[in-house]
Design a protein around this ligand. Structure first.
Ligand code: ADE
Ligand code: ZN
Length: 383
C-alpha cells in the first residue's frame, strides 16, 4: 500500500512519455492525446473544494453526521444535480449539498478525496478555492474548516507528493462588510491561504463594491483573483473593473477576453493569467464545449497565459482536469506544443513560493524539477 502513490505517479509519467512520441499521429489519435493530457504534469488553479463533493461522498456525510436524508440513493442526488440551468440554480444545488460538510474530518476527507483524484489526472500542484462565508453562515467555525484543510494539505504532501494551497473566495452576492470581516479572520492562516478571490453570482455592484476589501487584502499580502464568469450580463465591464479597481493578477474563467481586442491587449500587457474551465455541465448546451475550447485556443494563440481547469467536477458531474484537457485539445484541434503550453502556463501563473529554482539540480524539490522540466525548450525534451 505504501508504494501506491509512487506507482500511480509512475503510471501517469509513462502515459505522458507514450504521448510524447509519434508527432504524426497526434492530430487524429484520441488515445495519444488522452495519454499526453493525463500524464503531462499540471497545476490546478480553479477548483472549488465544495464543488468537488461527489454524490456518493455527500450521502456518506449525511449518514456520518446523522442528517435528515433528503435523497435515498446516488441516482436521487444526480437527479437533483439536473436542476442546474444557470449559475444561480447551480449555486442553489451547491449550497444544499455542501451543507452536509460539518466536522473537521469532513473538510479533511473532501479535500483529500479530490487530491487523490487529481493525482490520477497528473496534477502535482493545487490552489484550491473554498467559500468561508458558506460555512460560517451555517454556524461552522472557521477553525474547523481550516484545521481540516491543513490536515489534508499535510496528508496530500506525504502520501501523494501533491502540493496543496488554498484561496479563500468571498461571495459576490453577500456584502462587502461580510467579506471584510472574514478577511481579517483569515489572517492567522495566511501561510496556507495564498490569496483571495470572488465567486457566486455576479450581482449588481460587482466589482466596485469589493474595491476596499481587495485593497486591504493586498496590503495584508494576499494574492488577488476573481471570477468573471462566461457570457454573464455586463461581462466586459466586469473584466475591466476587476483589472482597474480590484487590481487582480488572475481572472477565473475570463473567456470573454477573447471578444474585446482592447481588453485582450491589456490582459496580455499586464500578464494577467486566465484559469479557464471549458467545463461540460451536467446539462450541457449544444455547441458550448466548442465555443469554450475555441476561446481557449484564440487566447492561447494571442499569447495570453491561460490554462485549463475543472471548476466543480463533483457537483457539475463534469470532468477532472486531465480528461478535460484532452477533450479541449480534441475539440479545438490543438497541437502538442499548444497542449504543453497550457500545462506550462498553469505553473507560470501559479502563486508558487518555490518558483525560483536553486542553482544545482540535486537541491531542487520534486515540484521545482517538474517546473524546470516544463520550462525547457521543446527540443531539449526530445519532442
Ligand atoms: N462557485 C463555484 N463555482 C463557481 C463558478 N464557476 N462561478 C461562480 N461561482 C462559483
Ligand atoms: Zn469557479
Amino acid at each position: 500500500m505504501k508504494h501506491k502513490p509512487l506507482l500511480l505517479q509512475l503510471y501517469v509519467c509513462m502515459l505522458f512519455i507514450s504521448g510524447l512520441t509519434g508527432q504524426q499521429v497526434w492530430a487524429r489519435d484520441s488515445v495519444r492525446i488522452k495519454a499526453f493530457a493525463l500524464g503531462v504534469p499540471k497545476a490546478e488553479l480553479h477548483i472549488h473544494l465544495e464543488g468537488t463533493l461527489e454524490p456518493e461522498h455527500y450521502l456518506k456525510l449525511v449518514a456520518d453526521n446523522e442528517l435528515e436524508a433528503k435523497y435515498a440513493t446516488v441516482e436521487a442526488v444526480q437527479e437533483r444535480l439536473l436542476d442546474q440551468r444557470d449559475l444561480n440554480s447551480f449555486i442553489e444545488v451547491y449550497e444544499e449539498l455542501l451543507s452536509a460538510m460539518r466536522t473537521e474530518e469532513d473538510f479533511y476527507e473532501v479535500a483529500l478525496a479530490y487530491c487523490r483524484k487529481a493525482t490520477s489526472q497528473g496534477v502535482v500542484y493545487v490552489e484550491m478555492f473554498f467559500d468561508p462565508q458558506m460555512h460560517t453562515a451555517r454556524g461552522i467555525k472557521i477553525e474547523t474548516v481550516m484545521q481540516g484543510l491543513i490536515r489534508a494539505q499535510t496528508k496530500a504532501a506525504t502520501s501523494l507528493g501533491l502540493k496543496l494551497n488554498f484561496i479563500a473566495c468571498f461571495n459576490r452576492d453577500r456584502t462587502a462588510d461580510s467579506a471584510a470581516e472574514h478577511l481579517e479572520n483569515l489572517v492567522p492562516w495566511q501561510e496556507v491561504i495564498l490569496g483571495v478571490g470572488l465567486d457566486n453570482p455576479e450581482e449588481i455592484g460587482f466589482p466596485t463594491k469589493f474595491t476596499e476589501v481587495f485593497a486591504r487584502a493586498r496590503e495584508l499580502g494576499f494574492r488577488l483573483t476573481t471570477h468573471c464568469d462566461v457570457n454573464v450580463p455586463n461581462t466586459l465591464a466586469h473584466h475591466y473593473g476587476a483589472i482597474d479597481l480590484l487590481k487582480v493578477e488572475r481572472i477565473d474563467h475570463g473567456l470573454n477576453v477573447a471578444d474585446d481586442p482592447a481588453l485582450l491587449a491589456i490582459v496580455k500587457e499586464r500578464g494577467i493569467g486566465l484559469t479557464a474551465c471549458p467545463t461540460l455541465l451536467y446539462l450541457d448546451l449544444p455547441g458550448r464545449m466548442e465555443a469554450r475550447a475555441g476561446a481557449v485556443k484564440t487566447l492561447l494563440e494571442a499569447g495570453i497565459p491561460i490554462c485549463v481547469n475543472s471548476d466543480d467536477p463533483g457537483m457539475m458531474r463534469s470532468l477532472y482536469v486531465g480528461d478535460l484537457l484532452a477533450i479541449t485539445v480534441e475539440t479545438a484541434d490543438l497541437n502538442r506544443d499548444q497542449t504543453l503550453e497550457l500545462a506550462r502556463n498553469s505553473f507560470r501563473i501559479a502563486w508558487l513560493t518555490e518558483k525560483k529554482p536553486r542553482t544545482t539540480s540535486h537541491q531542487l524539490t520534486p515540484l521545482q524539477k517538474i517546473i524546470r522540466f516544463l520550462s525547457k525548450e521543446k527540443n531539449d525534451m526530445g519532442i
